[in-house]
Design a protein around this ligand. Structure first.
Ligand SMILES: *[C@@H]1O[C@H](CO)[C@@H](O)[C@H](O)[C@H]1NC(C)=O
Length: 220
């Protein structure tokens, strides 16, 4: 009996923690971000509703035919459309992103969103996508997606996408936060500011000084 009560309390506590992991519910019809306000709150201060206009709820050309520049080391380019650049999203708990991938292996490298689930739709091309779940099993879920296919990366999981095609690829992601945040694993671990000590990384990755030094050198 006592154990059932404890189990019940634990489940309730976990449910509450989960609820707090998502963006708060709106308290009004809309709260268009006043991104110039000096007031610091959770999100952005609302612009005076009397001055809100249709353009505040509009973001032009996200999926236009203009390719974003993927001429970088990983071969991808993320155009994030969160509340900071699309003020109408403030307090609404959603955002989106366009992702362009270079041909022959353009990669959106392993990363996670600390505040969002992501659902990705392939607009053009062929993508290898996957995510890795929690310890201890660290199960890996993966799929090859074609144009029109959809895949979901659950809240907080480490995930990636790679272009398997000979032509550029484009995807559209929807995220369950107005400000999902991104932590790119390699950049965070080997390129933090200031650096994590080599002793920590050597032991964590079970490698020697030179391997850690080489990895760190990739992130200026
Ligand atoms: C992404 O593409 C835009 C537009 O082509 C470009 O201005 C920007 O520098 C690119 N970002 C990266 C990281 O390559």
């Amino acid at each position: 009996m006592a154990s059932q009560v404890i189990l019940g309390i634990t489940i309730l506590a976990l449910a509450l923690v989960q609820a707090f992991a998502y963006d708060p519910s709106p308290l009004q019809d809309f709260c268009v971000a006043d991104t110039k306000s000096k007031v610091i709150v959770n999100g952005f201060v609302c612009k005076d509703p009397k001055t809100v206009c249709s353009d505040d709820f509009f973001f032009p050309g996200l999926l236009n035919d203009v390719r974003r520049n993927t001429n970088n080391r990983v071969g991808s380019n993320v155009t994030q459309v969160a509340a900071d650049v699309f003020p109408g999203l403030n307090t609404l708990g959603i955002s989106l992103a366009r992702i362009d991938y270079a041909p022959y292996g353009g990669l959106n490298p392993p990363h996670k969103h600390p505040r969002a689930t992501e659902v990705l739709t392939v607009i053009e091309g062929t993508l290898h996508v996957g995510f890795i779940a929690s310890n201890p099993a660290n199960r890996f879920f993966q799929k090859v997606l074609q144009k029109g296919d959809v895949f979901v990366f659950p809240f907080g999981m480490i995930h990636f996408q790679m272009n398997l095609g000979k032509t550029p690829a484009v995807a559209l992601s929807a995220l369950s936060s107005q400000n999902p945040g991104v932590i790119t694993i390699a950049n965070a671990v080997f390129g933090s500011n200031p650096r994590v000590s080599k002793e920590v990384l050597k032991r964590a990755f079970q490698v020697g000084d030179n391997v850690v030094a080489q990895l760190m050198a990739q992130f200026k």
